[in-house]
Design a protein around this ligand. Structure first.
Ligand code: PEP
Ligand code: MG
Length: 586
């Protein structure tokens, strides 16, 4: 009988379903854009070589920038770059980073990060203006260097030859995208929640994700065998051979069950009393395009275009890159419409290349439309591509993070400028697109009547609407108990938005994760919503739920719920009714 290490089961919150079986790889870096990755002692020299290569490329680019700045801005301003260049040449600085790689056996990104942090602390303690200026240079250079280390073409985990489960305190959505493209079969995280962007990405990649695993990076060691079960919210450390065989079987059954779900594609999404509900697809990654049709979506209700940017970082997508993906989307879902949301960068979604300042509170900062309007030079590229792609099929353009009418007006102005530019260049531009606003900031819901005069449709983003109206970070597991979609305040904001849209005669849909949950869908129908947008794979289950309920009855329930005092009261009312319906069906 073999005596391996004992099996441990750790429970958290399963937020993306699926089963992954592989070796653990522990990464760290909750606050940093980079994470710590242990490397094999035999890989240290290669890692240092990679660092030196990045320094050289950074130095070359800095020289080019310096020369251009000298020509365009004058010598005095260009000298700013000299300090950066000197620092990139500084053996003491680079020597420390190399030492860190060598002694701690970590990736170069992490070594740059920790060395910079340590130096920042030491200079900061000296508390002089001269040292403060040096800290700023140091941070700039470190960020610059990271860009060259983390090129989009680089694999984050090196050359893996087996499946791995990533164990981390936190992961940014961009890391999740990039890791998901490698041999990663699941994520186990300390931080995050059901509507965090990292979770949304894990679902798009069909990778299991369990969050809320306190101290998970100390509980698991890199290389340990792991099973992750995203449905049960469990992490099995050092499983037995029998457990591995059992979960392998379960994994296969899940894949088959998902395939079987596509069979409901031909069924109508209609309530028992004949209300037609339109089910659209949320798409984050290009490979999901084919799933929209496969699972019976009647169009794309949300394409999160910022992931195109995130995937190409540190390069910015060109007009042709945009054009290609928008064209693919429009052609593959034709004759149904495609709703493309303009970049919702900022917040936790990486925007290093376009953000000029470091923000203390990015979720309340230059995010979404605010960033677009602040950097029209960059975002016009996207708008140009949208205007050109719109000739391929019915296009709906959606503006994220709207909080005031002026933002919509300024955006329209930007479109008008772009159209003029395209005409001057002799390029075709579409004129039949619809323009919509996301309702995800409470102020937008409260002035929905005024916004409705400026746009053709609304799409309610409950992920942020809940975050901003309840003042609860959607990524923070410590306050997740306050993140209650059925809070009467949320129901009132949704109802207000739907009523304003109805009065103005414009369309209204919902594309937050609330629309993907069969528990909430009957109430959303009761609140007047007839268009729901959710991940393609959730559509069959939503359809089944829709076909089992009566819209008229849920309208009455919704009206009652809006007047209740607490989220718990609403949850009780909703769950009690759903239970009765379940009994009727069975
Ligand atoms: C939302 O906020 O509900 C939404 C759909 O946008 P995102 O999740 O990308 O913030
Ligand atoms: Mg949002």
């Amino acid at each position: 009988m073999s005596h391996g290490p004992p099996t441990t089961i750790v429970r958290g919150l399963g937020v993306a379903e699926g089963i992954g079986i592989g070796r653990a790889i522990c990464v760290a870096g909750r606050t940093a854009d980079v994470f710590r990755l242990p490397i094999d002692p035999s890989a240290v020299d290669a890692e240092i070589e990679r660092l030196r290569d990045a320094v050289e490329r950074a130095q070359q680019e800095l020289d080019t920038v310096r020369r251009r700045a000298g020509r365009e801005l004058g010598e005095e301003l260009a000298e700013i770059f000299d300090a950066h260049s000197l620092m990139l040449d500084d053996r003491a600085f680079l020597g420390r980073i190399e030492l860190c790689v060598r002694e701690e056996k970590v990736n170069a990104e992490w070594a740059v990060h920790t060395t910079t942090e340590a130096l920042e602390k030491r200079f900061g303690a000296l508390d002089s203006p001269q040292h403060m200026a040096r800290i700023e240079d140091l941070i700039d250079v470190a960020e610059y260097l990271q860009r060259f280390l983390q090129g989009a073409e680089r694999s984050l985990l090196g050359d893996l030859n087996e499946d791995v489960v990533v164990i981390a305190d936190d992961l940014t959505p961009s890391d999740a995208v990039r890791l998901g493209r490698e041999r990663v079969v699941g994520f186990a995280l300390e931080n995050g929640g059901p509507t965090s962007h990292t979770t949304i990405i894990a679902r798009s990649l069909h990778l299991p994700l369990v969050t809320g695993l306190a101290n998970v990076t100390s509980l698991v060691h890199s290389d340990q065998p792991i099973i992750i079960d995203g449905s049960a919210g469990e992490l099995i450390i050092a499983p037995s051979a029998a457990q591995i065989a059992d979960y392998e079987q379960r994994r296969k059954s899940l894949v088959q069950a998902n395939r079987a779900k596509t069979l409901s594609r031909g069924l109508e999404a209609v309530t028992r009393d004949g209300e037609q509900i339109q089910l659209l697809a949320n798409i984050d990654l290009p490979e999901e395009i084919h799933e929209a049709a496969e699972f019976g979506a009647a169009g794309v209700g949300l394409y999160r275009s910022e992931f195109l940017y995130i995937e190409m970082s540190p390069d910015l997508p060109t007009e042709e890159d945009h054009l290609q993906i928008y064209g693919d989307l429009l052609r593959s879902i034709h004759p149904h419409p495609v709703t493309i949301r303009t970049f919702d960068l900022g917040g936790r979604k990486l925007a290093r290349e376009v953000l000029e300042t470091r923000e203390a509170n990015p979720v309340l900062g230059l995010r979404g439309i605010r960033l677009t309007l602040a950097r029209p030079d960059i975002f016009k590229i996207q708008i140009r591509a949208l205007m050109r792609a719109g000739c391929e099929g019915p296009l709906k353009i959606m503006i994220p993070m709207v909080s005031a009418v002026e933002e919509v007006l300024q955006f329209k102005q930007l479109i008008a400028e772009v159209q003029e530019e395209l005409r001057t260049e002799g390029l075709s531009t579409c004129t039949t697109y619809e323009l919509g606003a996301m309702i995800e900031v409470p102020s937008a819901a409260l002035i929905a009547d005024a916004l409705a005069r400026e746009v053709d449709f609304f799409s309610i983003g409950t992920n942020d609407l809940i975050q901003y109206s309840m003042a609860v970070d959607r990524n923070n597991e410590h306050v997740s108990y306050l993140y209650r979609p059925l809070h009467p305040a949320i129901l009132r904001l949704i109802r207000l938005t739907v009523e304003s849209a109805e009065r103005a005669g414009i369309g209204v849909s919902i594309c937050g994760e609330m629309a993907a949950n069969p528990r909430y869908v009957p109430l959303l129908i009761g609140l007047g919503l007839r268009t729901l947008s959710a991940s393609p794979r959730s559509i069959p289950e939503l359809k089944a739920q829709i076909r089992s309920v009566e819209a008229a009855e849920w309208r009455e329930i919704a009206l009652r719920c809006i007047d209740l005092a607490t989220a718990a009261d609403v949850e009780r009312e909703v769950d009690a009714r759903l239970m009765v319906e379940e009994q009727v069906v069975s």
